[in-house]
Write a protein that binds this ligand. Structure first.
Ligand SMILES: Nc1ncnc2c1ncn2[C@@H]1O[C@H](COP(=O)(O)OP(=O)(O)OP(=O)(O)O)[C@@H](O)[C@H]1O
Length: 633
């Protein structure tokens, strides 16, 4: 064996030992992974190119962003990120599952509350990862986990456990049961601090097929709204919870969360009111989620789970024996670079504070963190690997992107041997074409996917005896390059997205800073107001319901009064006193509701005004920017 091979093997052993030690120490609680999807047909037809390099081996992502200076010189800014795991476009759902999700499925059997989030812009592959692709017969994490769960249940030590499923969504801050005709649900915190989703249906399932049918049913009711980037785009967070029950007690719980498109948070400046409210809620929940995961990562005593409905209902997944996997999905296309960078930055922030060792890096990170508090900031500062200046006419992407992406299949070449034998552990699994010869592929059918062949005598190996999954702990995590740190922005700019200012030209020098500051202030005020409005709306509707109940009660009392006064020898004074009391109560209740309604209405119109101010300010900035460009020409 040559030196190189020996070194490789030693490194691999060291990684395995380190991972095993971390697991034994109860760590890591959080795994942050990212996944690149392939360029799709639409992007290719547009002439988009792949600007993201992913090294599965080094868990590293490099985004080569094309930018233009004020003098119109083009250059490439390289942004480098390191994660616990990074998956390229050739990675299959099965490979991803084995590396980062199977460990948490096992942890659920060891009494943990585990959660797997899919984060990313609309159309970046969240649903593909979670649900798979039925038309292409690609299983997603739900199905892969389901197989393992039922395999593990075959183990004697888990034979007493039962599986129950709930599936609901959070849309515009409201909870809807996907297994019960989208009935509105309410999250309530009891005296012990447990958060219960009142009225949520739980379905008991006894097989993978039953489980998948329930999931199919739930997915069909999920709210989707059409938008420009993807007709199936989802504006809701879908929460699938698989509970391992020991009688009535919860033994362990798995939550799979297909989050709403992250770029939807920027819809707070949309012209449609409902879309604005929706966007504000998404923004709020994604920020709160980040804070909660960070609190978990840092073992903080306080978890800010009350920050949003999403984090509130997931409270028990952020405290005690819990584990979280966050998968940031992104597109490789140059046209999505802003969103891709935002996704990578978001994922980076989730575990960021644990990374830096040296002071310089820590200082950088702290100031970056302040900026990153606003999720939708499009030009958050990030370690930039290098900037390569190029001539204006030079096309930095002249190499065929497809060629590049074929060469990037590092995962298959280098990682695959580390995986457990998926075909053995998951009978009937559909393996995509890229992983198998077409002949082998014929052995698997869609029928198998939904109706697996009878379990083979090869259930999952009990946890203790099983080879540890090959999660790569990133040793070079602290090695962000800071060769040329970019200047810091003074303030976060929550609403400034790529539509605000034309193109990625260096605009800071031309745009009046105070105008941008004003824009930001209006934006912040607007966001706060939307939060208030959403809360008021919920209270108003709930109070209106109580008001109706109370009116019904009062009408009953009136009927009783009339009934009594009709009786011979009735007391007219009692009747007058009773009616007076009822009418006073009615007036009081109506006035209270009316007052609430007026406040709500005035906030709605204030919101419209702020929205208009924001829009005008934005237009002025755009105008000033284009005037600046004209002068320059
Ligand atoms: N890793 C992948 N390999 C092949 N195709 C993919 C991959 N990821 C996503 N796709 C394809 O890209 C398209 C968009 O993916 P998907 O619907 O999962 O996006 P999404 O992030 O869930 O969007 P939304 O927020 O609208 O739900 C789908 O056609 C899907 O099949």
């Amino acid at each position: 064996m040559n030196m190189d091979n020996e070194l490789k093997i030693t490194n691999q052993i060291q990684k395995k030992v380190k991972f095993k030690m971390l697991i034994e120490q109860g760590e890591p609680k959080i795994i942050v992974a990212v996944r690149k999807r392939p360029l799709n047909k639409k992007e290719m037809n547009k002439g988009d190119i792949d600007i993201v390099d992913v090294s599965n081996q080094q868990s590293q992502v490099v985004v080569k962003e094309q930018r233009t200076k004020v003098d119109l010189t083009k250059y490439i800014e390289e942004h480098q990120f390191n994660f616990d795991a990074a998956f390229d476009e050739n990675t299959t759902n099965e490979q991803l599952y084995l590396q980062i999700v199977r460990p948490i499925v096992e942890a659920a059997f060891n009494r943990a509350k585990v959660t797997c989030f899919a984060y990313g812009q609309t159309g970046s592959g969240k649903t593909y990862t979670m649900l798979g692709d039925y038309s292409e017969r690609v299983p997603g994490l739900y199905l892969l986990a389901a197989y393992d769960i039922f395999c593990l249940l075959n183990n004697e030590c888990y034979g007493h456990l039962q599986i129950s499923i709930s599936f609901y969504e959070i849309y515009c801050g409201k909870l809807f049961d996907l297994l019960n005709e989208r009935t509105l649900l309410h999250a309530r915190e009891d005296a012990k601090g447990n958060v219960n989703v009142v009225g949520l249906q739980e379905r008991k399932v006894q097989s993978v097929e039953q489980l998948m049918k329930v999931i199919e049913q739930g997915s069909a009711s999920r709210i989707t709204a059409s938008n420009s980037s993807n007709n199936d785009s989802s504006r809701s967070h879908a929460i699938l919870q698989i509970t391992l029950k020991d009688g009535n007690k919860c033994h362990g719980k798995l939550s799979f969360i297909d989050l709403a498109g992250s770029e939807r948070g920027a819809d707070v400046s949309d012209t449609n009111k409902q879309t604005r409210f929706d966007g504000a809620e998404i923004n709020k929940s994604l920020l709160a989620l980040k804070e909660c995961i960070r609190a978990l990562d840092l073992n903080k005593n306080h978890t800010p789970f009350r920050g949003s409905k999403l984090t509130l209902v997931l409270k028990d997944s952020f405290v005690g024996n819990c584990k979280t996997v966050m998968i940031g999905n992104f597109s490789p296309s140059n046209s999505s670079s802003e969103h891709t960078l935002n996704t990578l930055r978001y994922a980076d922030r989730v575990k960021e504070l644990k990374k830096p060792n040296d002071k310089e890096l820590k200082d950088q990170v702290t100031s970056l963190d302040k900026l990153a508090r606003e999720l939708m900031l499009p030009r958050q500062q990030q370690p930039i690997k290098k900037q390569s200046q190029v001539q204006q006419q030079f096309n930095p992407f002249k190499n065929n992107p497809l060629q590049n992406y074929q060469n990037q299949n590092l995962f298959q070449q280098q990682q695959q041997p580390q995986f457990l034998n998926l075909q053995n552990s998951i009978p009937g699994m559909m393996i995509p074409q890229t992983q198998q010869s077409s002949q082998t592929q014929q052995q698997y059918s869609y029928q198998n996917y939904i109706q697996p062949p009878p379990p083979q005598p090869q259930p999952m190996i009990p946890l203790q005896q099983q080879q540890q999954p090959q999660l790569k702990i990133n040793e070079s995590k602290n090695k962000h390059s800071f060769q040329k740190p970019t200047p810091q922005l003074n303030e976060p700019r929550p609403y400034v997205n790529e539509n605000v200012l034309p193109g990625p030209v260096e605009r800071k020098s031309k745009v009046n800073q105070s105008m941008e500051d004003d824009l930001m202030k209006i934006g912040q005020k607007h966001e706060q107001l939307i939060s208030v409005i959403l809360e008021e709306e919920e209270n108003l509707i709930s109070n209106h319901r109580s008001h109706i109940d109370s009116m019904v009660e009062l009408v009953k009392q009136e009927m009783m009064l009339l009934h009594n006064i009709d009786k011979p020898g009735s007391d007219v004074d009692e009747y007058v006193k009773g009616l007076d009391q009822i009418l006073l109560t009615k007036i009081e209740e109506i006035q209270t509701l009316q007052f609430q309604l007026q406040t709500f209405r005035s906030h709605l119109s204030e919101e419209e005004t702020l929205q208009k101010q924001f829009y005008q300010q934005r237009q002025q900035i755009t105008q000033q920017e284009s005037e600046g460009s004209e002068i320059f020409k």
